[in-house]
Design a protein around this ligand. Structure first.
Ligand SMILES: [Zn+2]
Length: 292
């Protein structure tokens, strides 16, 4: 497929000589240049994981920062869809350069929710058509997190059934779960749904806002989604069984939280129960679970 050739060319362009079939490290050159320009502390390069389907491929950039946050690229028949921007413009610049190397137009960038680890890279998407719901735009605008300086470029996505890049997408909108509002993008023709932060795959979960509702949202998705592959907000691509794993995690987490006097005790229990999960940085956010 042309995807393979284009991807290999991209890897060569950034100086990576060995390319795996499904995963490869990319982006050193871009990151270092961007770091120098932005005077940020260096970020490690992202890992790229591709899932090939008969109808097209998805490509997931998994950052190697403390959160293992992702940027998704869906390769549709008539173009590309990017989802989220990572926490820093370096990663979004890598994802954009990769997408542009595929030789198709970027039909849309979709933003799954307002949290800064998914919106911090938006300045690197300047000039692209960026969409999310009016509620998520409001949350980005009014929330406590730093605003991307191209906030005014974000357009309202109000259709929950939309054709982008030649793909018929179903958008599912959920409130008061991991974030105040978040969208799930289902692409039935690609047998794939982008659930972003409703599922953390082999990573510690952010405590979110309303875990009881979050669990019921996951149950709703388990009933509704007619796809096998899930692209998640933190960690590598997963299968739909990960919805059940997430329900189990959150249920057990709630019990752990109820039995913990403070964040330190909770984190100690989490590390003991799930010693091999990624995204240690999210352990530092467990204090959110203790807020009244
Ligand atoms: Zn996140």
């Amino acid at each position: 497929m042309t995807n393979h050739i284009s991807r290999r060319n991209f890897m060569n362009a950034v100086g990576v000589s060995s390319v795996g079939v499904t995963a490869a490290a990319v982006g050193d050159g871009f990151s270092n240049t961007a770091n120098a320009q932005m005077n940020r502390k260096p970020v490690e390069q992202a890992t790229l994981v591709s899932v090939e389907k008969p109808a097209g491929a998805s490509h997931t950039f998994v950052t190697k920062n403390d959160g293992r946050v992702t940027i998704q690229v869906l390769d549709g028949p008539e173009g590309l869809i990017l989802v989220d921007s990572g926490d820093a413009p370096q990663y979004a610049a890598e994802a954009r350069a990769f997408a542009e190397s595929l030789g198709k137009p970027i039909a849309a960038v979709l933003i799954s929710h307002d949290h800064p680890d998914h919106t911090g890279g938006l300045p690197a998407y300047s000039g692209l058509p960026i969409f999310t719901t009016s509620g998520i735009i409001t949350n980005i605008s009014n929330g406590p997190f730093p605003k991307p300086d191209n906030l005014s470029e974000i357009q309202v996505l109000d259709d929950m059934e939309v054709n982008l890049a030649g793909l018929n997408l179903r958008i599912h909108n959920y409130k008061d779960a991991e974030a105040a509002e978040q969208i799930v993008i289902e692409a039935p023709e690609m047998d794939t749904a982008i659930v972003q932060d409703l599922v953390y795959n082999n990573a510690y979960f952010f405590p979110g806002l309303n875990r009881e509702n979050w669990i019921s949202v996951l149950g709703d998705l388990r009933d509704k989604l007619e796809v096998e592959t899930l692209l998640v907000g933190h960690g590598y691509p997963a299968s739909q069984g990960e919805l059940t794993a997430a329900i189990d995690y959150l249920t057990e987490y709630n019990e752990m939280l109820a039995a913990s006097a403070n964040p330190e005790e909770l984190v100690a229990k989490m590390k003991q129960r799930w010693p091999r999960r990624m995204a240690d940085g999210i352990l530092g956010l467990q204090g959110f679970a203790f807020r009244g």
